[in-house]
Design a protein around this ligand. Structure first.
Ligand code: MG
Length: 371
């Protein structure tokens, strides 16, 4: 029996992770749960999984939780949430944004398996997290569907024989739209993703294609492959989750119906595969899969992410910080959809780069990006 912590348990990935844990009760014991705010849903999770520890980011919420569960070890605030990083054998990290960096560092420093869904942590602090993981031998296993696909394909050939990573992208809700359309996009339109049901931040990122840009950086960090060897392929059906091209020209892909539980379960049970409740793929039923090139002109966020990755140093952290701020403002109706790439580009242009940044440099770059 292995213990499991889910940091961000009420979000869409966190709920799926608990569903996986529910199906694998005889293998995983939920030891710790964390969320942003106290909610009836979180209470239900505590009742069902009976963790030893729970954390709520919002301090007032933590007090309420303690009242509801007097015997539970309740922790509060960002520090309380981060303290769950080394609380279990396997740590699922699925909070939004760079807030997850502390927990990720704790997990790898303690040599735990980090099943990571929070791409911002790898984008901004990836080098640092991997440096620490190397010291302890901690495993970092991707939960993002594309990176899980690449991780699975890499099992078929040595890392030294990899020629290229091909990351698929659904293209989001505005695939094929032009500049005039994009200038007038509303929040509601941006939140309506055609394939995946996700939180608001990542839905907007999918609409601007910044999500794919962050995933390119994330892939570069996870698999030590430079920007020049990572391509994005538009694939609206989201059946092929990504591919690896090897030096002999063979391309391997991982296919399944779009259901995050598959990637989460694999991150938990790797290298073992177990039966799952995920619906089986029937290609003859689907009939047709389409592929195309990404539109970097109308979706400049993707281009900006490539630029930040090539420059390296603190640029990815600035890109991420600026994007988090711009998306939050767009969601509040304080700026327009195309102001998101404009703001990110402005911040990148103003950045004085630092190569080989430490934690302080990264946090400072993140603050600068958000200003
Ligand atoms: Mg993804």
């Amino acid at each position: 029996m292995r213990t499991l912590a889910v940091i961000g348990s009420t979000g869409s990935i966190g709920r799926s992770a608990l569903d996986v844990a529910r199906n694998l009760k005889e293998r995983f014991k939920v030891e710790a749960l964390a969320c942003g705010h106290f909610s009836p849903q979180f209470c239900e999770q505590i009742k069902e999984f009976a963790p030893r520890i729970a954390a709520v980011n919002d301090t007032a919420g933590a007090l309420e939780l303690q009242k509801a569960f007097p015997d539970l070890d309740v922790r509060s605030g960002p520090e309380g949430v981060a303290s769950l990083g080394d609380s279990a054998d396997v740590v699922v990290l699925s909070v939004v944004g760079l807030a997850g960096l502390d927990a990720a560092l704790r997990a790898v420093k303690a040599g735990k398996r980090l099943a990571i869904a929070t791409k911002e942590v790898l984008v901004s602090g990836g080098e640092l997290v991997f440096r620490e993981a190397k010291k302890t031998g901690a495993e970092i296993i991707p939960v993002d569907s594309e990176h899980s696909a690449i991780f699975q394909c890499l099992a078929a050939g040595g890392r030294e024989s990899v020629a290229r990573l091909l990351i698929t992208a659904s293209g989001g809700p505005f695939r094929g739209k032009d500049k005039t359309f994009l200038e007038n996009v509303t929040v509601k339109e941006a939140l309506a993703h055609p394939v995946w049901k996700m939180g608001p931040k990542i839905s907007v990122d999918s609409a601007t294609m910044m999500n794919k840009g962050l995933e390119v950086i994330e892939a570069s960090r996870l698999f030590s492959v430079p920007a020049e060897k990572i391509d994005v392929v538009i694939h609206p059906q989201s059946i092929v989750h990504s591919l690896v091209e090897f030096c002999d020209g063979a391309q391997l892909a991982q296919l399944s119906v779009p259901d995050m539980r598959l990637a989460i379960q694999y991150a938990l049970t790797y290298p073992v595969r177990l039966p799952s409740p995920v619906a089986k793929l029937d290609l003859s039923e689907i009939g047709k899969l389409e592929f195309g090139k990404p539109d970097m002109e109308n979706f400049p966020c993707l281009k900006l992410a490539y630029e930040a990755l090539k420059k390296g140093g603190i640029c990815p952290a600035v890109l991420n910080g600026a994007n988090e701020t711009a998306v939050a403002r767009f969601l509040k109706g304080e700026c327009r959809f195309m102001d998101i790439p404009r703001f990110v580009e402005k911040k990148l242009n103003e950045t004085v780069n630092i190569i080989d940044p430490d934690l302080e440099d990264i946090l400072e770059a993140d603050r600068f990006g958000r200003e």
